[in-house]
Each structure stands twice: as structure tokens, then as C-alpha cells.
Ligand binder design. Structure first.
Ligand code: SAM
Length: 245
């Protein structure tokens, strides 16, 4: 898989692309990653990427010309892209979730576009962007951290990226539930003991305990997820969501 990021702050990605699971996957050749400076597609002396909004209002907007030029240079023209997807990080986008990530992981190449200022001229979105993606109902100053979220979430899904691929199976959201509590050594810490069952060596009992704690935690903290996970139509809905992205 190849993931390109278009940003006015490519230097933010230097450390991120080289560290941890993302860095390891890149090193192992599982993913190609590159951050591109949007200003390389400007054609004026000041390398200007923003302008004031029509109709007035606070702040600036990203101009359409360098943005569309850059997107078309990196991912081709909208409507003629094969295996490539251009995703704009945006609070107005579809909320990101695990099935959505799994859908994105199927593309050969993704171009993640990072907005800044007050956002992006609508014509650039219509002309060059395939989908808009939100990382939550809050506003950040730019699309760089949202892009990093997407890269990190996607890279975990690439076969071979995780030391133990079983992690993916038990993780929060893979079953539609949150993962339950986990413990490591020591057996007692400041008076709090690890539940006996986890030290019993009885794998079936451990699995049952984990499943019941996952159900209980999800029911208390995320009744919305619990309801969806126990809905018999859930697998069909998750598959549809994956297919959609
Ligand atoms: N004026 C915009 C609004 O009210 O929706 C907010 C623009 S925000 C300050 C600048 C950029 O940060 C956006 O264009 C987008 O790329 C990114 N961004 C901010 N919050 C985001 C979120 N929740 N999800 C994805 N991207 C986000």
C-alpha cells in the first residue's frame, strides 16, 4: 500500500513515519509513505496557499489552484483514478471508525489531504476529492494529526505489520465491543490483585472472563456500541460500511 500526505507542514511527518509500528512497516516494505509540501505546487513568489473567504468572515481559506494541481499530480484526475483514493480530512466528513478504516485499507494508494486555516475552497473538494473524513466531533487546527490517525490505524491492519496479528482479533471494535481490562506483572500492586482466573492457566475460563468483561464494559460505557454489537444485522452493516469507503 502507498499513502501520500499533502500538507503545508511536511516536517511534522518526519518522526512519525520513522517510529514504532508505522516506521517498522515502512522499513519492512509493507507501506510506502511520503509527505508532500503543498507549497511546491504554488506559482507565485510567496508560495501562497490561502486567501480570504468570499462573503467575509474570520480567517483564511485554502486556495483551489495549488491544491487541485497537487492532488492531480499525486493521484491523477478525479473520475480517472484506478485503485487510488483522495481523502480530505474534514470535520464535515464521515466519522472515522474501524469498518471505515478496513474499507480504506483496500485501496492501493491513498492521498490524505490536510486542510488548514478555516478550511478548503469548496470547488477544490468537488473537483479533486473523493471523500471527506472526520476524526471526531471537535475542531483541530489542521488535518495533519487526523492524517496521522488514519495512517496509524491503517498500518496496523496491513498483514505483517503487527508482531502478533492476533492482537487485531481481540482489540476494541473488531468484535464491535470494547476490549476489557488487562493486567501484567506483578500479581499484586499496591494492594490490587490480578483476577485469579487470569493466572489459572484455564484458557477457556480466561476467554469467557474476557468476553464477559468486554460485554459489561461496553454496556456501561458505550451503550450505543453494545446495542449495535448485539444486533443480529451487525455483520451485514459492518460489511456494507467497509465496502462503502
Ligand atoms: N472552519 C472549519 C469548520 O468549522 O468545520 C474548521 C477548519 S479546521 C480549523 C482546519 C482543518 O483542520 C480542516 O480543514 C481539516 O483538514 C482539519 N480538521 C480539523 N478538525 C478535524 C476533524 N475533526 N476531523 C478531520 N479533520 C479536521
Amino acid at each position: 500500500m502507498r499513502i501520500d500526505v499533502l500538507t503545508i507542514f511536511p516536517q511534522l511527518f518526519d518522526a512519525f513515519f520513522g517510529a514504532s509500528i508505522v516506521g517498522g512497516a515502512r522499513e519492512a516494505g509493507l507501506v510506502d509513505l511520503a509527505a508532500h509540501d503543498l507549497r511546491d505546487w504554488t506559482d507565485d513568489r510567496h508560495r501562497k496557499v490561502d486567501d480570504s473567504p468570499y462573503g467575509g468572515g474570520p480567517g483564511m481559506l485554502m486556495k483551489p489552484e495549488p491544491l487541485v494541481r497537487a492532488i492531480e499530480a499525486l493521484a491523477g484526475t478525479k473520475g480517472e483514478r484506478e485503485g487510488r483514493r483522495v481523502v480530505l480530512m474534514s470535520p464535515q466528513g464521515q466519522p472515522l471508525d474501524q469498518p471505515g478504516l478496513a474499507g480504506l485499507a483496500r485501496w492501493e494508494q491513498l492521498l490524505l489531504v490536510c486542510g488548514r486555516y478555516e478550511g478548503v475552497d469548496q470547488r477544490a473538494i468537488e473537483l479533486a476529492v473523493d471523500e471527506e473524513l472526520s476524526v471526531g466531533d471537535y475542531v483541530l487546527s489542521g488535518g495533519e494529526v487526523p492524517s496521522m490517525l488514519v495512517v496509524e490505524g491503517l498500518v496496523r491492519l496491513l498483514p505483517g505489520a503487527l508482531g502478533n496479528p492476533e492482537s487485531l482479533v481481540s482489540e476494541s471494535f473488531s468484535t464491535g465491543l470494547l476490549e476489557g481490562p488487562q493486567y501484567t506483572r506483578p500479581p499484586v500492586f499496591r494492594g490490587l490483585a490480578v483476577p485469579d482466573v487470569l493466572r489459572s492457566g484455564d484458557h477457556a475460563a480466561v476467554a469467557e472472563w474476557r468476553a464477559s468483561r468486554a460485554r459489561e464494559l461496553t454496556r456501561c460505557r458505550r451503550p450505543d456500541l453494545f446495542e449495535a454489537a448485539t444486533d443480529p444485522t451487525r455483520p451485514a452493516r459492518a460489511a456494507a460500511k467497509e465496502k462503502q469507503s
